[in-house]
Design a binder for this molecule. Sequence first.
Ligand code: SAH
Length: 347
Amino acid sequence: MTLLQDMTLSELTDFLTADFGVKPFVAKQVFHWLNKSVDFDGMTDVSKALRERLKENCVAVSATIVRTLVSKLDGTQKFLFRLYDGNVVEGVLMNYKYGNTLCVSCQVGCRMGCKFCASTLGGLVRNLSAGEILGQVAAVNALDGGKERYVTNIVLMGSGEPLDNFDNTVKFLRLVSDADGLNVSLRNISLSTCGIAPNVRKLADMGLPVNLTLSLHNPFNEQREEIMPVSRAYSVEEAIDACRYFFNKTGRRVIAEYTLIDGQNDSYAHALKLASLLRGLPAHVNVIALNPVKETGLKGTDEKTLKRFLQYLDKLGVSATRRRTMGQDIEGACGQLRRRYLEEHND
Ligand code: SAH
């Protein structure tokens, strides 16, 4: 099956002119519809004959919203996207003063095995293609009457590890920021990684000025290994060194994500070690309390301890803020909604 949203305008033009004998301007029309998440039947300025032929071999809309939950607390919307083969992934749309941020998924499931995360519970099912990641953005833009800039910011923080699906993620970044396409600035896109150090360096060498977020969660390797198996392959020091390399190559400040788990990573010793690790790196720490996932049995740090941890960091000269937890009433954390959906479908 050929996913048309996987292609740049010039790839689509080559494909349609060579295989379907159409004129380049027709390819441009098709491309325009693809970026608006419009299926073949809705491509009104494309001939019916071509649409019928395309339908036989190609997929136009690679992610379709099949369920939407709206948070009563903050208006955050959670989407379940269906892919052409029946797999589902999730996304979250958060409204801020400056615009709308969409959190997208890059894999069905995940193989990183982080102990607190719902996305990894059933392992990795498959990678998403670039067009399937783009399709999530296009589908959400289409909710607002096809306005191309409804989604202003994107975070790769849904299910999956972007740097474990490196080529598709990079192609997605190129597609979504393409002036002919959705034209979202790379500076408005955050890529979050659990710390696959060599791929952070590879990304840095490409010079793509995205915001890089490192899911740090524990500064001590022995403890980090227990909650994040990736740490056995790449130590926290290696991950941070790779982030430093990224900063040197792109000039983009790095964000460290720090999820507080009750009694596991919220002491003064953790704050002290974190501060020493980040010394010299222009980094900001986002602190968040764990969003409990029933299958994991882990608990988030209480309010008082969280505030105390932030004070420790402040005293140690570490730039840190608390990240608002959004959509807590709608299975807001990574992978939770898909779990629920699979349970309902007895999968
Ligand atoms: N694989 C990437 C991106 C996906 S997860 C990564 O590891 O960064 C996005 C962020 O949510 C990560 O920082 C992840 O550690 C965090 N996260 C996952 N489950 C969570 C939970 N239950 N509560 C709080 N944060 C969670």
